[in-house]
Design a protein around this ligand. Structure first.
Ligand code: PHE
Ligand code: ZN
Length: 849
């Protein structure tokens, strides 16, 4: 529970801390229930600091002693910390506190996971370790001594002295407290090394619990690739003698970029072909890169305050996406990212939780690690790059690194760098950071005397607290095709700045077909919907892979909308166009697999809502089932051939080519399961020697209603492996029918392997239910009740994970009045829980609106 009552913090209230911290020395004497933390911190008053109140954060700390320059003092305990009378000259603050890692179920600060000690300090967890100015603009070099009986004891920076019962670490780079980390346990390592561009050798280690040693090799390769890539593409070299990664089972998020000591949710680093899917491998590679890239974008240059979170997260997500595009397939990565952006960020931006990429206020910063800050934040970097061009982007980044190395910077600093490097005025562009909401873009065309005119209109609907929106700068990448399919205008970027704006193209011999918003050049909703023939034409001829995929996706959406709204039969034009594509072996199998993907239930619900209809989750599910059946029947022969043809004979490799083949073969297998009741899936399950094939087969069998035996066998095979058992939990819920999903989830919450204390297991069960929309939104309300029960149970233990999962309810106003009433009652039930955390209170209050 929080000591401090929740308070709103405002960006405009920012004031610098009145002291600099010259040096931090920490000594930990580890004990599970009574760890002693001694700190010695050298402070210097800033000459011109206003007010200069000496306040140190601290939460749940048992004070043992406090001294200033060696003299014992009694601090005033105030809300959220202590206050002291500080000398006017530099002084040494010393304190000893006791903390209880074993009782720390919130997984913030120092806690225990599977017998090991570990920390999580972002955003405001360091205050649960000792008294400190726990704010990102206070940066200092840290030295750490760990005393305890653990065989491996790690902290940030370079190793110092060590011996029986102790280890010392020195981090020469000034850092904010949120990047502090400590790990101690009986760990095994997977060592390697990397030689940097200037010839320095860096020791690399991935540390894991005994038994997991065999799952480190892939992560290590990803780390080395990331290090080489950041040197080559951004000129960024690593800056310590050692880089450690630790895998931890109990973790609220994906991973954390602590200086020189990244801590990972074990699901985001451990991998083997037998236990991980192709998608897992791709994600792990991206997250390792992401955390590594933070060393420059986040650590060397950090954030002045938490309102600037997108400064490090948007840029680092953008960088990891560039990396994945280089390592794998750029179009595939872009399509996957846009699917995720629409599913998570557009959903957020169009509901009660909408907030700007750089918010103006917050109650609990943990609630702002959102798709908007991360994914939309990355889109803003992508737009900047598109607007200024590759060369200017590279110059601006060089300037950013030289000008701000060692700084705690702001979005203003970031934009100023681009203005100085390019001479552009970015005042209007800045609206993207300050205003929430997804712009809607529509267009119309005219053709006369060889001149083609495209006219665009933009508007952004109101969002909470921001009723009126000004026009944005929108880079619209456009290409034009001749009616014969040739490209007459290669991709060009139109820069829209007005509410309505026209662009002309001269010297055309025939009216062209436009390909608009190529590569998804801006995070907007394209409202203008073209006809089926144009879509089929673009699916066949567009040179832009993203827009080819989009054309297929739009065909599917229109087909499904007609089925849901009007009870129409599956559109044969869509089936024919898709069939032509998937049977064409000159086409990239990855692209064909993506084209076979269907819009999600949630995307359809949002689209129906946007068109003024109340979505019926059951009807959406049924339409998708009907369409899957129709596709299976129409494509039967092709599916049979593809399934056979794209079996991978070579030894398993988690690379782009093999994973494309497997995903096409698995898509074919899923179609054939619609027709054979699961015979082929059963064969695949029986013979699968990698998780990608095994899990796809199990999903298909469960969907076909004959998964019981395979589910049992899967459990017996994998009951020793926590990460695979997470999959076992979620696959059963994800593939359950609307009527049974909540019951399946409920039964699984009673399974001996279920625990609400492990965030991965909680997400694999309750999170999986929220991702089965027809099951979660079952008209009986049983899905809502089950989730609410578990949120109420989890909140006192782990407010952060509870608050995040409340977002399952953020779309509630889309639905019919019965469902709205059911959800509203659950939201009020949660809110009425005595002692509810500030995190969850904030989320539920905002969702209720
Ligand atoms: N900063 C981490 C990342 O994006 C995410 C994170 C936030 C992890 C807060 C833990 C707590 O890489
Ligand atoms: Zn990050």
């Amino acid at each position: 529970m929080k000591d401090a009552a929740p308070q709103t913090v405002y960006l405009e209230d920012y004031t610098p801390f009145g002291f600099t911290v010259e040096k931090v020395d920490l000594t930990f004497r580890l004990a599970p229930s009574a760890t002693r933390v001694r700190s010695k911190i050298r402070f210097a008053p800033k000459p011109d600091a206003p007010g200069r109140r000496f306040f140190l954060h601290g939460e749940d700390l048992k004070p043992i002693s406090t001294r200033i320059d060696g003299t014992e003092i009694t601090p005033r305990h105030v809300e959220g910390g202590i206050e002291l009378n500080a000398p006017d000259t530099p002084f040494t603050f010393e304190a000893e506190v006791e903390i209880d890692p074993a009782a720390n179920t919130a997984l913030e600060g120092l806690y225990m996971s599977g017998g090991m000690y570990c920390t999580q300090c972002e955003a405001e967890g360091f205050r649960k370790i000792t008294w400190y100015p726990d704010r990102p603009d206070v940066m200092a070099p840290f030295s750490v001594r760990i005393e305890g009986d653990m065989p491996v004891m790690l902290s940030n920076g370079n190793p110092g002295a060590s011996g029986p019962g102790f280890a010392e670490w020195h981090d020469p780079w000034p850092k904010p407290a949120y990047l502090f980390a400590l790990v101690a346990g009986d760990l095994r390592n997977h060592p390697d090394s990397f030689t940097t561009m200037s010839g320095k050798t860096v020791d690399l280690n991935i540390w894991v619990r005994p038994g997991d040693e065999g799952k480190c090799a892939f992560g290590m390769e990803a780390l080395k690739k990331s290090m080489a890539w950041d040197e080559k593409v951004y000129g960024r070299e690593y800056d310590l003698d050692v880089f450690n990664i630790v895998a931890v089972d109990d973790f609220n998020m994906g991973a954390m970029e602590n200086k020189g000591l990244n801590i990972f949710n074990s699901s985001c680093v451990l991998a083997s072909p037998e236990t991980s899917t192709d998608a897992n491998f791709e994600r792990i590679e991206a997250i390792i890169a992401h955390e590594y890239f933070h060393n420059w974008t986040g650590n060397r240059i950090t954030c002045r305050d938490w309102f600037q979170l997108c400064l490090k997260e948007g840029l680092t997500v953008f960088r990891d996406a560039e990396f994945t595009a280089d390592m794998r397939s750029a179009p595939v990565k872009r399509i996957e990212d846009v699917i995720a952006l629409r599913a998570r960020q557009f959903r957020e931006d169009n509901g009660p939780l909408a907030h700007p990429v750089r918010p103006q206020s917050f109650v609990e910063i943990n609630n702002f690690y959102t798709a908007t800050v991360y994914e939309k934040g990355a889109e803003l970097i992508g737009m900047l790059k598109t607007l200024v061009g590759d060369d200017a982007y590279a110059r601006a980044l060089d300037l950013y690194f030289t000008r701000h190395d060692g700084d705690a910077a702001t979005i203003e600093d970031w934009l100023k760098v681009f203005e100085d490097a390019t001479g552009r005025d970015l005042t209007q562009f800045k609206r993207w950071y300050d205003e929430a909401g997804t712009p809607r873009l529509s267009w119309s065309e005219a053709f006369e005397d060889g001149t083609y005119t495209l006219t665009f209109r933009q508007h952004t609907p109101p969002t909470p607290g921001q009723p009126d929106k000004a026009p944005r700068v929108i880079p619209i990448a456009v290409g034009l095709l001749n009616p014969n399919g040739d490209e007459v205008q290669p991709t060009t970027v139109l820069e829209m700045t007005e509410p309505e704006q026209s662009f002309t193209f001269d010297g055309l011999s025939a009216k062209p077909v436009p390909s608009i918003l190529r590569d998804f050049s801006a995070p907007v909703i394209l409202e203008t919907r073209t006809d089926t023939a144009t879509r089929a034409f673009l699916l066949a001829h567009d040179t832009d892979p993203f827009n080819r995929w989009q054309a297929g996706r739009d065909l599917a959406l229109d087909c499904l909308l007609a089925m849901i709204r009007d009870g129409a039969a599956p559109d044969t034009a869509y089936l024919d166009a898709l069939h032509t594509l998937i049977r064409d072996d000159t086409q990239d199998p990855a692209f064909r697999a993506l084209a076979l993907g269907l819009p999600s239930q949630d995307e359809l619900a949002q689209l129906l809502h946007d068109h003024g209809h109340t979505p019926d989750p059951q009807a959406i599910w049924e339409a998708l089932e009907t369409l899957k059946q129709a596709r299976a029947e129409a494509f039967h022969d092709t599916a049979t051939r593809l399934h056979a043809q794209y079996q991978v004979e070579a030894p398993y490799a988690p690379d782009a080519a093999q994973s494309a083949a497997r995903s096409l073969a698995n898509a074919a297998m899923a179609m054939l399961t619609q027709l054979d009741g699961g015979a082929l899936a059963q064969k695949q399950f029986d013979s699968a020697d990698n998780m990608t094939r095994q899990l796809a087969a199990l999903s298909a069998l469960i969907s076909a209603g004959r998964g019981d035996e395979a589910t049992r066998r899967f459990y017996d095979q994998w009951k020793h492996d926590r990460l695979v058992i997470d999959k076992w939990f979620s696959v059963q819920i994800a593939n359950a029918t609307p009527d049974t999903a909540a019951d399946t989830a409920k039964a699984l919450t009673r399974h001996p392997d279920f625990t609400i204390r492990n965030p991965n297991r909680f997400r694999a069960t309750l999170g999986a239910l929220t991702m089965n929309p027809a099951g979660f939104h079952h008209a009986s309300g049983k899905g809502y009740a089950l989730l609410a029960d578990h949120l109420i149970a989890l909140d006192p233990l782990n407010p952060q994970t509870t608050a995040r999962m409340c977002t399952a309810f953020e779309t509630w106003r889309r639905y019919d009045s019965d469902r709205q009433a059911l959800i509203e009652a659950e939201l009020h039930r949660i809110l009425a829980t005595p002692g509810l955390s500030g995190d969850t209170t904030e989320m539920i209050t905002r969702i209720l609106g």
